[in-house]
Write a new protein. Structure first.
Length: 188
């Protein structure tokens, strides 16, 4: 029953179970015993607008991080970070301005966090793959090099021309429209 908690060794379809998560599982992950298969990835939107998020009250840092993580996992926005800074002021990617308004509203009303947004002049995001990539090898005057939650390099470009110029100039890098498929490590 819902009010009871019982330790079990076997679960059946329809059972609701709780497991210990050391921080490696996300919404949509599947846990199996010995089966090796892969689902098609849950589609992620291609962000076209970006903003740096600033926390106005440093005493609310814990709520801020929890709120950003939750909204990112739900797919409301995509979160990126500078490779050398971390999550001090994350960069959020969205399809439209409404997603930023939802982010701001939910952080304020659900997590009690006051934020400000600095909109960035980029409208194209590409995931960079290749050998020996570093932030320095990807950085140009007209782009911004970031990392996503899986430590993939993401490069933001101002426009299509800037992206095409860089893709033609740096042929050792492959630019993807979506992040590479995440491989879940063996949790045993």
């Amino acid at each position: 029953m819902a009010q009871d908690a019982t330790t079990i060794d076997e679960a059946y379809p329809g059972d609701i179970i709780g497991i210990f998560d050391p921080g490696i599982f996300r919404i949509g992950d599947t846990i199996t015993e010995k089966s090796s298969f892969a689902y098609e990835a849950i589609p992620k939107f291609q962000p076209e607008m970006f903003a740096r998020v600033h926390l106005r009250d440093a005493m609310k840092r814990k709520q801020f991080v929890k709120g950003i993580e939750q909204l990112t996992e739900e797919g409301a926005v995509q979160k990126f970070r500078s490779p050398d800074i971390g999550l001090e002021s994350p960069i959020i990617g969205a399809v439209g301005i409404l997603q930023f308004e939802v982010l701001q509203y939910r952080l304020t009303h659900e997590y009690g966090v006051d934020i400000s947004l600095d909109y960035l002049p980029f409208n194209i995001a590409r995931w960079a793959t290749g050998e020996n990539l570093t932030p320095k090898s990807l950085k140009t005057v007209d782009n911004l090099v970031l990392k996503d939650d899986d430590d993939n390099f993401v490069v933001l470009f101002r426009n299509e021309w800037a992206f095409n110029w860089e893709a033609q100039r740096n042929t050792k890098v492959t630019y993807l429209e979506h992040p590479p498929i995440r491989q879940l490590a063996d949790a045993t």
